[in-house]
Design a protein around this ligand. Structure first.
Ligand SMILES: Nc1ncnc2c1ncn2[C@@H]1O[C@H](COP(=O)(O)OP(=O)(O)O)[C@@H](O)[C@H]1O
Ligand SMILES: [Mg+2]
Length: 245
């Protein structure tokens, strides 16, 4: 049934950084399924493992043990080339600090994932996407000539342009003022509504999580609670009860 398929599936995911006395166990055996067509929010205190989990679910990092499938393909046993290819086809990633290439125009930054893959954008989709994210008159500008909000719009368009199976956003508004954050969050939500874009977003902001269809709460490398669509008030209460500040 549309909207209930799981497109990313993680089981028993453990991630240990380093070895011996200094080893850090960032994830303790996480089980999670990401549902197609939904916006899933991930909340949790700093250091709880949110970025580690996002990177692993997106195939940007490999777990120490456990299983991750993207669109039914087990990624933990794939070679580097195959993983890179799978990522290009299935994953869009939005970072807190935008991660744009400074030498490229907004247009070329947006098109980069396709350029690297040797593909061309569908011109109609590109035009509507650029219109939607409000960059139609900024395409020739380089990142340094754009505001933070505009740079994040470029990053969002870059993540969406290949119509990936899943978009991951790791604190996409963490570096933006509150008004700009609101605009970016509206954009994230509308890509779920308009394109059915499956999206997973890490956020500290209960207001942002209240826009999600589902909220996962992470503490000390484990998912300790999961809720469906919730109000900002309900989310704040859960954070308070679980002591996740
Ligand atoms: N490259 C790394 N090397 C060593 N420890 C790391 C590394 N990345 C993250 N960690 C540690 O793993 C834990 C989880 O980090 P992270 O996933 O970044 O959490 P969050 O995104 O929730 O703030 C923290 O204790 C952090 O210090
Ligand atoms: Mg983080």
């Amino acid at each position: 049934m549309e909207g209930t398929d799981s497109v990313v599936h993680a089981k028993g995911v453990v991630r240990v950084y380093g070895e011996g006395d200094t080893a850090v166990r960032a994830l303790h055996g996480v089980d999670v399924e990401i549902e197609s067509g939904q916006l899933t929010a991930v909340m949790g205190p700093s250091g709880s493992g949110k970025s580690t989990l996002m990177h692993i679910l997106a195939g940007l990092d490999r777990p120490t043990s456990g299983s991750v499938t993207i669109d039914g393909i087990e990624i933990t046993t794939l070679g580097d080339d195959a993983l890179t290819k799978l990522r290009r086809q299935h994953i869009g990633f939005i970072f807190q600090f935008f991660n744009l290439l400074p030498m490229l125009s907004a247009r070329d930054n947006i098109l980069l994932p396709l350029t690297i893959a040797g593909e061309k954008a569908d011109p109609e989709f590109f035009d509507t996407l650029v219109e939607r994210v409000g960059l139609a008159d900024r395409l020739a500008h380089r990142p340094a000539e754009l505001s933070g909000g505009q740079q994040q719009r470029v990053a969002i368009a870059r993540a969406l342009v290949s119509r990936p199976t899943v978009v991951f956003a790791d604190e996409p508004t963490g570096n933006l003022d509150s008004r700009t954050s609101g605009e970016i969050l509206d954009l994230m939500r509308s890509s779920v509504e308009t394109y059915g874009q499956t999206t997973v977003m890490v956020t500290h902001d209960a207001k942002a999580a209240a826009m999600a269809d589902r909220v996962l709460y992470l503490a000390d490398g484990e998912i300790v609670k999961e809720t469906g669509r919730s109000s900002q008030h309900e989310i704040l209460q859960i954070i308070d009860t679980l002591d996740l500040q």
